[in-house]
Design a protein around this ligand. Sequence first.
Ligand SMILES: Cc1cc2nc3c(=O)[nH]c(=O)nc-3n(C[C@H](O)[C@H](O)[C@H](O)COP(=O)(O)OP(=O)(O)OC[C@H]3O[C@@H](n4cnc5c(N)ncnc54)[C@H](O)[C@@H]3O)c2cc1C
Length: 413
Amino acid sequence: MSQNYQAVVIGGGIVGCSVLYGLAERGVTDTLLIEKNELTAGSTWHAAGNCTHFGHDAEITQLYINSLKTYERAQADSGQNVGFHKTGSLRLASKPEELAAYQSLVPMYEQLGIPYSIVDPEQIKKLHPFINVEGVLGAAHTPDDGHVDPTGATHALAASARSRGAKILRQHPVDAIEQLADGSWKVLAKGQEFTTEILIVATSFWAREMLLPLGIDMPLYALEHHEIVTDAHESVKRLGWELPTVRDPIIPGNVRQEGNGFLIGIYEPQPKSWNTEGIPPEFGQELLAPDLERLMDNLETAMWRFPVLAEVGVKVANNGPLCYAPDGMPVLGPISSHPGLWMASGFHVGIGTGGGAGQFLSDWIVNGTPPYALHSVHPDRFANPMSREDAVRQCLSHYAAGYATPKNDLEVA
Ligand SMILES: Cc1cc2nc3c(=O)[nH]c(=O)nc-3n(C[C@H](O)[C@H](O)[C@H](O)COP(=O)(O)OP(=O)(O)OC[C@H]3O[C@@H](n4cnc5c(N)ncnc54)[C@H](O)[C@@H]3O)c2cc1C
């Protein structure tokens, strides 16, 4: 017998749980989230958790702002710590056009009410004593940035939604979705059947294959992404405060403090896609084999920028799949050709934007209109089919652009 819910979310990563929480906050609690594995089992569990406010676009920056606010509310609601470390961030400029682009954002941040300033190399050194400022002209400083524990944040969202009445079904892979004659949706998961008027697909790089049987070819693909955690260093231990996260377009990558060591995220100039023909059915929450050889040039630049990195060993090297759309933006909103079907997938900065995306989509579902215009994320932008080759090439080129400026779209994490 089928069970009916007002809304069903598929996928229990930070984005699916954010949507479930957003709906619950708006009084929509006759809801079910279905996860094939455990919550966070996709990309969420191995993310660095970096959350920045830096963006070239006010509407996208609003997603960042609302994400941190949402995680804080979920923490207060649930008592589950989201592990926020407010470290601030520095985004380095080594080219005049980078500095000019950062400077041009000052009025935007004033309007948004977010602390933001341009700092000179001397101030950078004070904020981050381990940095080599050679060639640096200045940096954008966003002091309210930091990082959360992605697993803690996801569980806080899930627990808060659950305490308001939402249900969560784990270890239930969705096998098929189908639109019924009355326009409602049927979802089959491990022999169980569910029906709903509102179906939200938050399955990241699994979404493409899930939607193909409906005749929807959503060009979402997985790319490999590395992060490296180093051993502790005595001088970090002695610091007494937590270093800001640094994003450097030259590496290109980000470096932040992790414990008394460092965490380095690299955006390779020649990235690799992963299983673009289809995600292996047995793939769960595994990591991919790391390939540090590929990152050597980037790591050498990182060691030049932070000489202390040459004095610490690699503790962990993670290579995880990361979801990309060809234009680097998430896919968030209704699919017009299939009423009642909503997307919340395609996030490669899903920790930084997930909480805000859940709020944005919930407002849209409940009120019938989005809370503000954000055309760049609308699923209908991919209504015209793309070849797999073109889509993957564009995903890779977005990834490879790293922290290049100016960019008028979603930042990399
Ligand atoms: C190494 C690394 C570091 C990163 N660091 C950062 C960072 O610092 N900051 C940041 O913002 N982002 C970071 N990211 C990106 C971030 O991890 C993702 O953007 C985010 O986790 C995406 O969340 P999601 O909920 O969309 O997807 P996922 O977490 O992948 O969740 C999708 C869920 O759908 C489930 N699912 C799939 N198919 C089915 C099915 N048939 N039935 C039921 N359930 C299904 C999966 O099991 C999974 O749990 C990083 C990524 C990597 C790889």
